[in-house]
Design a binder for this molecule. Structure first.
Ligand code: PLP
Length: 394
């Protein structure tokens, strides 16, 4: 008899962003024609840069040509794309072999799919507040979750807890939603903790391009010993505006082994079974991101979001509300006014200021009492939102 996966029933009601979208839709229906300032979901507002657009056009022409047409590609990625990613690590002094880079359709897919490598009885440690997909993918896979609350007293970047590490550890730095970044010393403590127990760290580096303080690590592989205990999952979504274009990469070092099996070899087997790779067009676009022009142009775009962050930060300065993030991450994590819950504050911002933010409780219980502002909006809207916030809360 067919049995469905029973773990879907354990998922928390609706996915955070769907609930926000529904509340926003109802508000918009009740206020036709009124403008909403959307600072909720972390979706980019700026178009792809010209180096990427040119590469996409050229790739389309290749596919129209008898001589340059490409059918199936190597499943783990075009060698040129993998080399470009490895060279990108090299610019920061991190040694990655091109063969250790796996092309992907983005970080979300990988964060769920990578669980295929581990037996379901291995529990996962998830630091909360957390990007909701970690919890949901782990629940769907029937895996036990150990939650580690990240608190303001430790700058939302806690050290490992006492005792032996569980099998899997999700780390996200720069963090969504808090904007916290692990220092080198703290990351070293996590690498030591995982290594001592034979655990594996799934390091989500989706926001690495936003780190501006040079002493902060942008990759877990900057830490000694990480090549034997970590997998890094990265994306071009926020680095280069690929949220709708879809491209990412995952790095699995060849040294990463457990019980005599190579996780690198297992992932090759997994990918060659479950995917036929990522489109030629997108990989050519990805190569362009790592070209000198692509780097200059994508950094300029990140500069726009950083200016948005500064605009919001200066508006918040006068409100008396505590906040963090914004400097090395595209999110501001703001304390709600005394005695106001995060969904109640969300409703107030929506109804009184026509601003959509993301309630902290949606990122796990320990996010209650905070609200997240995304800095990915267009600059005009961000200035308008900052003005309204300063007037309303100041
Ligand atoms: N990881 C984190 C921490 C994110 O915030 C997001 C998207 O917001 C993702 C992964 C997903 O990225 P992608 O668009 O590559 O699936």
């Amino acid at each position: 008899m067919l049995k469905l996966n029973p773990h879907y029933a354990e998922l928390k009601d609706s996915y955070l962003f769907r609930r926000i979208a529904e509340k926003t839709r109802l508000w918009q229906e009740a206020h036709p024609g009124e403008k909403l300032l959307r600072m909720g979901i972390g979706d980019v507002s700026q178009p792809l840069c010209s180096a990427v657009i040119e590469a996409l056009h050229a790739a389309v022409e290749d596919q129209a040509s008898m001589e340059r047409f490409h059918g199936y590609l190597p499943e783990n990625g075009l060698p040129e794309f993998r080399e470009a990613v490895a060279a990108h690590y090299g610019t920061r002094g991190v040694r990655i072999e091109a063969e250790e880079v796996f092309v992907s359709s983005g970080a979300s897919d990988e964060l769920g799919d990578i669980l295929d490598l581990f037996a379901p009885e291995s529990p996962a440690l998830i630091m909360e507040p957390a990007y909701p997909a970690y919890v949901d993918a782990t629940v769907i896979a029937g895996r036990r979750i150990l939650r580690l609350p990240a608190r303001r007293e430790e700058d939302f970047a806690p050290l490992p807890p006492e005792g032996e590490a569980p099998g899997l550890i999700y780390l996200c730095s720069p963090n969504n939603p808090t904007g916290a970044v692990f220092s080198r010393e703290k990351l070293r403590a996590w690498v030591d903790y995982a290594s001592a127990a034979g655990a594996v760290i799934l390091f989500d580096a989706a926001y690495e391009a936003f780190i501006e303080e040079p002493e902060l690590p942008r990759s877990i592989f900057e830490i000694e010993g990480a090549r034997r205990c970590a997998i890094e999952i990265c994306s071009l979504s926020k680095t280069a505006g690929f949220t709708g274009t879809r491209l990412g990469y995952t790095v699995i070092p060849k040294e990463l082994e457990r019980g005599g099996s190579s996780l690198h070899a297992m992932w090759i087997r997994n990918r060659t079974t479950k995917t036929n790779g990522v489109s030629y067009l997108l990989q050519k676009a990805g190569i362009a991101v790592f070209s000198p022009e692509g780097q200059t142009q994508t950094k300029a775009c990140i500069g726009i979001y950083k200016q948005n962050a500064r605009t919001l930060m200066s508006a918040l300065e006068g409100t008396g509300l505590w906040y963090c993030g914004g400097k090395n991450a595209p999110y501001l994590w703001v304390s709600c006014p005394e005695g106001v819950g995060s969904w109640a504050f969300f409703d107030r911002l929506l109804n009184d200021l026509h601003i959509v933010a993301t309630p902290g409780e949606g990122f796990g219980e320990s996010g209650e009492g905070y609200i997240r502002f995304s800095t990915f909006g267009n600059p005009g809207d961000t200035e308008e939102a900052a003005g309204r916030l300063a007037k309303y809360l100041g």
